[in-house]
Design a protein around this ligand. Structure first.
Ligand code: KIV
Ligand code: ZN
Length: 511
C-alpha cells in the first residue's frame, strides 16, 4: 500500500456549493492558485455541467493551473461527462469524477432505480469518462448508508470499467469513526480488484466527525482524503483540509503515511477562502482559528516558555501562522509595495495595483506600521471583485449621545454619474445603509454583519463582512445571498464599502 495520502481539495466544488459561498470564475482561479501553492494533489474545480459560470471556472483553472490534477464532478449521465471532459480539456493532468447514489433510500426515492440499473449506469459513466482521460474517479453517493454487499459489487464493476479511484462518501455525515474505518477495511477485503484503484473518502460533518472519520479511514487503508479549506461545504461542511493534513503530519507515527502539502501555506489558504466566501473562521477552530495557538492560562504560558512542546503539538510557523510581520511604512515606495505583494502571493493588474497603492499610501499615513495582514486585507479589497456598479465617493456621518444619527453619502457610477443623498438611522451604520438603499434602489435585506480587527492596536484596520439577500423577483434577482467585505481604519467607511460591494455582487450576479 502506498505510504502517501492523496489530498483532494473540493473547496471549489462541495465547499462552494453551500448557500452564500458562491465564487465567480476569477475568484475561483485565485483560490486555485493558492491551492497549487499549497501543493494539494487534486483540485476539484467545480461541477462543469451545472452552470455556464461553473463550466468557465473549471475551464479557466484547467487552462492556467499547473501542478495538481484538475477535476470536475459529473453525474453518471452522458451530458455531465461530456461537459466535464470539455471543460477539463486544456488541463495537463485531468480527472473526471462521476457519481451515482447506492443507498437504498437514495435509489428508491431519489433515483427510482433498482440495483442492476445503478451498476449499469455507473459502469457506462466510467467507460465514457475514460474516453476523455485515464484518470477517472467513481463515487458511490451515500456509501456510508449503503448495503456493504452492494457497494462491493459496484466498486468491483467500476474498477473493471476503468475507474482508478473509488470514493466512499459519507454524504450525510452519519458514520462514526470505528464503523467507517471498518467499512473501508471491508472494502479492501471484499472487492477482488481493489488493488487496481485508490480508495478515497469524502466525509461530511453533520455530527462533527468528518475529520475523525477521514483519519479512521486512512488508518484502515484509504489513500485519498477529500476535504475543503476551513471545512466549508454543504450543511455542516466537509472534512477540513487543515485538520486532516495536520492530523496526518503530527501523528505520522500512527498513520505512517505522509502528504505532499506545503503546510506553511495553510493559513494563507484559510484566510483567502474566508475572505472570498465571506465565511468567517471561528476563533477556536483547530489549526486556523484566531486562538489556535494562543495560550491564555498562566500555567500554559509558563510551560510554553520553558519548553514549547509542553503545550504545543505543532508550531504556528508550520502552518504559516507566524507573527504578522511589520513590513511597510509611509516612506515605503511603490517598488517595496509591489515586491511585498509578490511575496504574499498577490498578482494585480496594473490599474488595480495603482488603486491599491493609493489606498496603501492613505493607510500608511493613518497607521504608522503596516503589517502583512493589513496589506492582505487592503489588497483583497481590490482583487476578484465584480464590476463596481456603485463606488463610494464621499461619506459624512454625525452621531453621538443625544443626536439623531445621520449620514450624507455620495456614490459614483462607472459612467461618472454622481448620486447623493442623506438619511437618518438607528446608528451611523444604519443611516449610511438607508442612504445607500435609497440611492441604489436596493430592496433586499441585511442578513449578517460582522466586524473584526485585522491586527491589534487602536489604529488597527477594521474589517467588515456583511451578507445581503435579495428575494427572487426583486430587482430581477433569482433569490440569492451575497457577501461583501471591506477594511478601513474608519469602521463606518468599511461598513459602507462592504455593503456596496455586496450590492454590486447581487446586481451583477442576477444576470
Ligand atoms: O457528499 C457527496 O456524496 C458528494 C459526492 C458527489 C462525492 O459530494
Ligand atoms: Zn459532498
Amino acid at each position: 500500500m502506498s505510504d502517501r495520502v492523496v489530498i483532494f481539495d473540493t473547496t471549489l466544488r462541495d465547499g462552494e456549493q453551500c448557500p452564500g459561498a458562491s465564487l465567480n470564475p476569477q475568484q475561483k482561479l485565485e483560490v486555485a492558485r493558492q491551492l497549487a501553492r499549497l501543493k494539494v494533489d487534486v483540485i476539484e474545480a467545480g461541477f462543469a455541467v451545472s452552470s455556464p459560470g461553473d463550466f468557465e471556472g473549471v475551464n479557466r483553472i484547467a487552462r492556467e493551473i499547473r501542478g495538481p490534477v484538475i477535476a470536475s464532478l459529473a453525474r453518471a449521465v452522458p451530458k455531465d461527462i461530456q461537459a466535464a471532459g470539455a471543460a477539463l480539456k486544456p488541463a495537463k493532468r485531468r480527472r473526471i469524477h462521476t457519481f451515482v447514489a447506492t443507498s437504498e433510500i437514495h435509489m428508491k426515492y431519489k433515483l427510482r432505480k433498482a440495483e442492476d440499473e445503478i451498476v449499469r449506469l455507473a459502469v457506462a459513466a466510467v467507460k465514457l469518462a475514460r474516453r476523455h482521460t485515464d484518470d477517472v474517479e467513481f463515487s458511490a453517493e451515500d456509501a456510508a448508508r449503503s448495503r456493504p454487499d452492494f457497494l462491493f459489487r459496484v466498486y468491483e464493476a467500476v474498477i473493471n470499467a476503468g475507474a482508478t479511484t473509488v470514493n466512499v462518501p459519507d454524504t450525510v455525515g452519519w458514520a462514526i469513526p470505528s464503523q467507517f474505518g471498518e467499512l473501508i477495511r471491508s472494502i479492501r477485503e471484499n472487492v477482488p480488484n481493489i488493488r487496481k484503484a485508490v480508495i478515497s473518502v469524502h466525509c461530511h460533518n453533520d455530527l462533527g466527525l468528518s475529520t475523525a472519520n477521514s483519519l479512521s479511514a486512512v488508518a484502515n487503508g484509504a489513500r485519498q482524503v477529500e476535504c475543503t479549506v476551513n471545512g466549508i461545504g454543504e450543511r455542516a461542511g466537509n472534512a477540513s483540509l487543515e485538520e486532516v493534513v495536520m492530523g496526518l503530519k503530527v501523528r505520522k507515527d500512527l498513520f505512517g503515511a505522509g502528504v505532499s502539502v506545503d503546510t506553511t501555506e495553510i493559513y494563507r489558504a484559510s484566510r483567502l477562502v474566508s475572505k472570498l466566501t465571506g465565511f468567517l473562521v471561528q476563533p477556536n477552530k483547530a489549526i486556523v482559528g484566531g486562538n489556535a495557538f494562543a495560550h491564555e492560562s498562566g500555567i500554559h504560558q509558563h510551560g510554553v516558555l520553558m519548553h514549547r512542546k509542553t503545550y504545543e503539538i505543532m508550531t504556528p510557523q508550520e502552518v504559516g501562522w507566524g507573527e504578522s510581520k511589520l513590513v511597510l511604512g509611509k516612506h515605503s515606495g511603490r517598488h517595496a509595495f509591489v515586491a511585498r505583494l509578490k511575496v504574499l502571493g498577490f498578482r494585480l493588474e496594473e490599474k488595480r495595483l495603482e488603486e491599491a497603492f493609493e489606498r496603501f499610501k492613505v493607510l500608511a499615513d493613518k497607521k504608522k506600521e503596516v503589517f502583512d495582514d493589513d496589506l492582505s486585507a487592503l489588497v483583497e479589497d481590490e482583487i476578484s471583485e465584480v464590476p463596481q456598479r456603485y463606488s463610494l465617493e464621499y461619506l459624512h456621518v454625525t452621531s453621538g449621545t443625544g443626536v439623531i444619527p445621520a449620514a450624507t453619502v455620495r456614490l459614483k457610477t462607472p459612467q461618472g454619474k454622481i448620486l447623493q443623498g442623506a438619511a437618518s438611522g438607528d446608528g451611523p451604520v444604519d443611516a449610511c445603509y438607508n442612504v445607500i438603499d435609497r440611492l441604489t434602489g436596493f430592496k433586499g435585506k441585511l442578513v449578517d454583519y460582522v466586524i473584526q480587527s485585522v491586527t491589534s492596536g487602536k489604529d488597527a484596520l477594521g474589517e467588515v463582512t456583511v451578507k445581503l439577500s435579495l428575494p427572487a423577483g426583486r430587482q430581477g434577482a433569482h433569490g440569492r445571498v451575497e457577501h461583501g467585505r471591506a477594511a478601513s481604519t474608519d469602521i463606518i467607511e468599511a461598513s459602507s464599502r462592504a455593503y456596496l460591494s455586496a450590492i454590486n455582487r447581487l446586481l451583477h450576479n442576477r444576470r
